[in-house]
Design a protein around this ligand. Structure first.
Ligand code: B12
Ligand code: SF4
Length: 564
């Protein structure tokens, strides 16, 4: 059996999600993954590419996706058959806490001599607890940029020592936990490659296409992402990726930006292989207009026809929309005003009014922009049930005004399951009008294993209890789907299905509150609902594929390049 240097594994959120009757709830309706959160961190790709380039063999295994796709897939047998010098598991998103810990324990049982490394934003936040309470974990590698630290750690593992010299590492020295401190946080994001052809070559090398897929229906609806930065300049109050969270958690004082020229190259490389849509993560306007202008002047030199989705923290000005329109052939805009109510929006961390937003919508609707996604949230500061419902009514007004263009698509979803660790609200909940039910990693693991998504929520607010958050979520989603149906944005059949799922989901939440032990019928209903959309149809998220889904010739060339 060949030994791989490092196997990076992505667990499901709840390890035994196929057996346990846990109603996952509407936590993933507006993202591509399912509620099992099978999407692995994009960092797996940069880590694999970087280490491979330094002669370290890395394999990625999306275990969550394997378990999701095939009910008979035996995760225990599979990991028993793996052979590696080290295993790496992500605890990037806190909802993976149970999956990560179960997988670490399983690997340690099966391969007691092989070190288990955990990394990601949540692992960084809970590094002390991880090392104190979970002996299955040998190393926590902290911070937002671990490519070079991981290379050094792999070297130390090979040499059997020198762990004290690895930056960002927490380890045990004869049982004593040692935290080396987070000193590795590069100033730019130019030292890594977002090279999807690397993934393609690796999946062929390990003959494991499923193990490399990013989410369950990616082959039918592929979306790729490029990254403007690690970190964020903004400071949204619930966000564990905000400027203050990155500063306390990752000792990062400012985001690491990718140079506009490299960002365009990332896009051009993807466009060479596929006509799939590309999401540009991180607002181009974050540092002012200079970055965006450099990006546009670089992208104009290419002929990219893929649909590019741009996210905006603030509504873009008419001038900016014109620039975008003149530089990019097909584009979408992602805006998250969160609420119609300025008090709520500003307490969340965004300070613009509805007039500014409407001026932006005017410009976007008049431009070639293909679609404008508008995201609203439930569970915010100063937001009560009535305010949530008024947000939907406001979307109705916007649809009256812009609906005919067919471009505007509003969506509403709860802040769930967790207020992010490291966020301003997580750090000082009472000061922000919040009450946290769970604080430690262990408490969040127990929360993830609770039967209902209501019990899993780690917060309630001065303005809404958990019951009200659930009620506002379902009522606003029902009102929103009705709106979209009446504006012809979704079919009557699709809207009918969502409404039916909402009724069933509410009933399950109620039964889990009031009924005693979970009956087999209720367990069956829970498992069915976990696979269904409850707030909006997943297909509403689909962006267009322009031209060929895959440029086969170029894909084959990429493969051959590896063999030469
Ligand atoms: C883009 C993004 C997404 C994308 C996915 C991107 C992806 N595949 O990585 C989408 C939109 C799908 C998404 C979804 C979700 N997201 Co998100 N996302 C982001 C965002 C905006 C940027 C992420 C980023 O820049 N990553 C770059 C760096 C930091 O991570 P990375 O390169 O992947 O990994 C590096 C390190 O983290 C570390 N590392 C990671 N894993 C491992 C493992 C090992 C072994 C090692 C050694 C190192 C290591 O090393 C890597 C390379 O240096 C952040 C906010 C922010 N400003 O960061 C939120 C953020 C990460 N997301 C968050 C959340 C909560 C979610 C969801 C759970 C939300 C939900 N309820 O639906 C889902 C989970 C989806 C899933 N797993 O299937 C929270 C996480 C807070 C927390 N601590 O739990 C954040 C911080 C903020 C937020 N609320 O959006 N997200
Ligand atoms: S939610 Fe706010 S703070 Fe968090 S990544 Fe997005 S813009 Fe930045």
């Amino acid at each position: 059996m060949t030994v791989t240097d490092l196997i990076l594994l992505h667990p499901p959120s709840i390890f035994r999600f196929r057996e346990l009757p846990c109603f996952l709830g509407p936590v993933s309706d507006v993202i591509p993954s399912t509620a099992v959160f099978e999407g692995y961190p994009i960092g797996f790709m940069t880590l694999s590419e970087y280490l491979t380039g330094h002669g370290i063999e890395v394999r990625i295994v999306n275990l969550a996706l394997k378990m999701l796709r095939d009910p008979s897939f035996d995760a225990e047998n599979f990991t028993a058959g793996l052979s590696a010098r080290a295993f790496g598991i992500d605890l990037h998103w806190l909802p993976h806490v149970d999956g990560c810990l179960c997988l670490a324990e399983q690997l340690k049982r099966q391969h007691p001599k092989v070190p288990v490394i955990v990394g990601g934003l949540s692992a960084t936040y809970f590094r002390d607890e991880l090392m104190r309470e979970y002996p299955a974990i040998d190393f926590v590698l902290c911070g937002d940029s671990t490519e070079e630290p991981l290379r050094l750690l792999m070297e130390a593992i090979r040499n059997g020592g020198g762990f004290g010299q690895v930056p960002n590492l927490v380890w045990r020295d004869n049982g004593r936990v040692v935290d080396n401190g987070i000193s590795w946080h590069p100033d730019t994001l130019d030292h890594v490659r977002y090279d999807y052809s690397h993934i393609f070559r690796m999946l062929v090398r390990y003959r494991d296409p499923v193990g490399y897929l990013p989410y369950v229906n990616w082959l039918e609806h592929p979306v790729l992402a490029v990254f403007t930065c690690r970190g964020c300049l903004h400071d949204c109050s619930t966000c564990g990726g905000s400027s203050s969270a990155f500063s306390t958690n990752c000792t990062r004082s400012k985001p690491a930006f990718r140079s506009p020229a490299l960002l365009v190259e990332d896009i051009a490389v993807i466009a060479g292989y596929t006509g799939a849509p590309i999401m540009i993560i991180g607002d181009l306007l974050q540092t002012g207009s200079g970055y965006a202008e450099a990006f546009f002047s670089a992208i104009r030199r290419h002929r990219i026809t893929n649909e590019l989705a741009f996210e905006f923290f603030n509504p873009p000005s008419q001038h900016f929309v014109e620039l975008l329109n003149n530089s990019v052939e097909n584009f979408n805009a992602e805006l998250s005003p969160e609420s119609h109510d300025l008090r709520v929006r500003s307490a969340f961390g965004k300070n613009y009014d509805n007039r500014e937003l409407e001026a932006s919508l005017d410009a976007l609707v008049a431009s070639n922009c293909k679609r404008i996604d508008l995201f609203l949230m439930v569970g915010l500061p100063f937001q009560d049930y009535a305010s949530v419902m008024q947000s939907v009514a406001w979307c109705g007004e916007l649809l009256e005004r812009y609906g005919r263009s067919g471009k505007l698509l509003p969506m509403i979803a709860p802040l769930a399951p967790f207020v992010d660790p490291g966020s301003r609200i997580f750090q000082t909940p009472e000061a922000m009008g919040y009450r946290l039910f769970y604080r430690t990693l262990g408490e969040h693991r127990r929360a993830m294993l609770m039967p209902s998504w209501k019990q899993r929520l780690n917060y309630e607010t001065n303005w809404m209890s958990r019951d009200e958050i659930v009620a506002a979520t379902y009522d606003s989603a029902a009102a929103m789907i009705h709106l979209k149906e009446s504006h012809g944005l979704v079919s009557k059949t699709a809207a009918g299905e969502i409404k039916d799922h909402i009724v069933r989901a509410r009933r399950v939440v109620e039964l889990l509150d009031t009924a005693g032990p979970i009956s087999p019928e209720l367990a069956r209903e829970i498992h069915q609902l976990n696979g269904l959309d409850t707030l909006c149809g997943k297909h509403e998220l689909d962006w267009r594929i322009i031209g060929k889904r895959y440029h086969l010739f170029r894909c084959i060339t990429a493969l051959l390049r590896d063999r030469i």
